[in-house]
Design a protein around this ligand. Structure first.
Ligand SMILES: Nc1ncnc2c1ncn2[C@@H]1O[C@H](COP(=O)(O)OP(=O)(O)OP(=O)(O)O)[C@@H](O)[C@H]1O
Ligand SMILES: [Mg+2]
Length: 266
C-alpha cells in the first residue's frame, strides 16, 4: 500500500521562477491497485512520481510504502522495492550488456523481495521463458546486446526487468509515448497483463485518455499539483473520454492544456 500525506513540492521558492509543482497532495493506493494518471503539461505528474521514487524529496508531507516511512530514503535504497519506467526506451537497460546479463542484474537487484537464490545456469531457462511471454521473439536472443534492440523491444525488456522480481510498487511515466502506435499498444497490453498477473500496485502516467480509462482500476487527473478528479468503480466503468474531459473542464474552469492529450483522445 502506498500512502501519500499532504505532499508539497515547490521548485525555486521565493524567486521569479517559483513553481508550486505539488500542493498538499494526499492519496492512498491500496495493495494491488492499478491507477492511471492524466493531466495537462506541467500538472505535476512526473514530480509526483519523483517524490514517490526518491528522485526528489518533498518540502513537507510524507510518503509511506507498506507502512514504512520512506519520505527521505535515498532513491537507490527505494529502487529495490520500486520499479520505474520512463518515456525514453534507452533508460533502464544497459546497451552494451546482453539481454541475459541485463535480466540477471535485475533479478539480483530484486532477489531480496522473493528470497530467491542468485541466478545460475538454470536461470537461462527461466529468462528464456520470461522473454517468450513478451511474444516479441526475444527468447532466442539471450546473448544479444540490448543496444541492438528496437525501442519497443527495449521498453518491453525494461518492463520485464522491473517486474522479474515483483516490486512493491511500479511507476510508469508515459512509458509508451515514444513508441509507434502499434508497438505502444503491444507494450500497453503487456503492461496490463504483467500488472494483473502479479497484482502489482501501479501508478501509470499516460497522455492517452482512452487507455487511462481502459486500463487499471482507478483514474486520477492532476492539475496544478492537485488531484482534480479521482474516479473508480462503476462511475469509471461507464465513463467516456468526452465525459472525462467535460468533468475536467467543469471542475478546473480551464481548458486542458496538453496537446498530446487532446490529440490522442480516441
Ligand atoms: N527539476 C525542476 N526544476 C524546476 N522546475 C521543475 C522541475 N521539475 C518540474 N518542474 C516544474 O514543476 C511543474 C510540474 O512539472 P512536471 O514535470 O511534474 O509536470 P508533468 O505533469 O509531468 O508534465 P508533462 O505532461 O509535460 O510531462 C512544472 O511547472 C515544471 O516546470
Ligand atoms: Mg511528465
Amino acid at each position: 500500500m502506498l500512502e501519500l500525506s499532504h505532499l508539497v513540492k515547490t521548485f525555486h521558492p521565493g524567486t521569479v521562477n517559483e513553481r508550486r509543482a505539488i500542493r498538499d497532495l494526499s492519496l492512498t493506493v491500496p495493495e494491488g491497485q492499478f491507477v492511471t494518471v492524466i493531466g495537462g503539461n506541467g500538472a505535476g505528474k512526473s514530480t509526483l512520481l519523483n517524490l514517490i521514487s526518491g528522485a526528489l524529496f518533498p518540502d513537507s508531507g510524507s510518503v509511506r510504502l507498506d507502512g514504512q516511512d520512506v519520505t527521505f530514503l535515498p532513491e537507490h535504497r527505494r529502487a529495490r522495492d520500486i520499479g520505474r519506467l520512463f518515456q525514453d526506451p534507452l533508460m533502464g537497460t544497459a546497451p552494451n550488456m546482453t539481454l541475459e546479463e541485463n535480466l540477471s542484474l535485475a533479478y539480483l537487484r530484486g532477489s531480496h523481495r522473493t528470497f530467491a537464490p542468485a541466478p545460475s545456469r538454470k536461470n537461462e531457462a527461466f529468462f528464456r521463458e520470461k522473454l517468450r511471454s513478451l511474444d516479441l521473439g526475444l527468447e532466442d536472443r539471450l546473448k544479444t546486446r540490448v543496444g541492438l534492440l528496437s525501442g519497443g523491444q527495449r521498453q518491453a525488456l525494461t518492463l520485464l526487468m522491473a517486474t522479474v522480481a515483483t516490486p512493491r510498487l511500479l511507476l510508469l511515466d508515459e512509458h509508451t509515448a515514444a513508441l509507434d502506435p502499434a508497438t505502444a499498444d503491444k507494450v500497453l497490453a503487456l503492461t496490463d497483463r504483467i500488472v494483473r498477473e502479479n497484482r502489482i500496485t501501479t501508478l501509470m502516467i499516460t497522455h492517452n485518455m482512452a487507455s487511462a480509462l481502459a486500463l487499471g482500476d482507478r483514474t486520477l487527473m492532476l492539475e496544478q499539483g492537485e488531484i482534480l478528479l479521482d474516479v473508480s468503480g462503476e462511475e469509471r466503468a461507464s465513463m467516456t473520454v468526452d465525459a472525462l474531459l467535460e468533468r475536467f473542464q467543469h471542475q478546473s474552469g480551464a481548458q486542458l492544456v496538453n496537446d498530446r492529450l487532446l490529440l490522442s483522445r480516441g
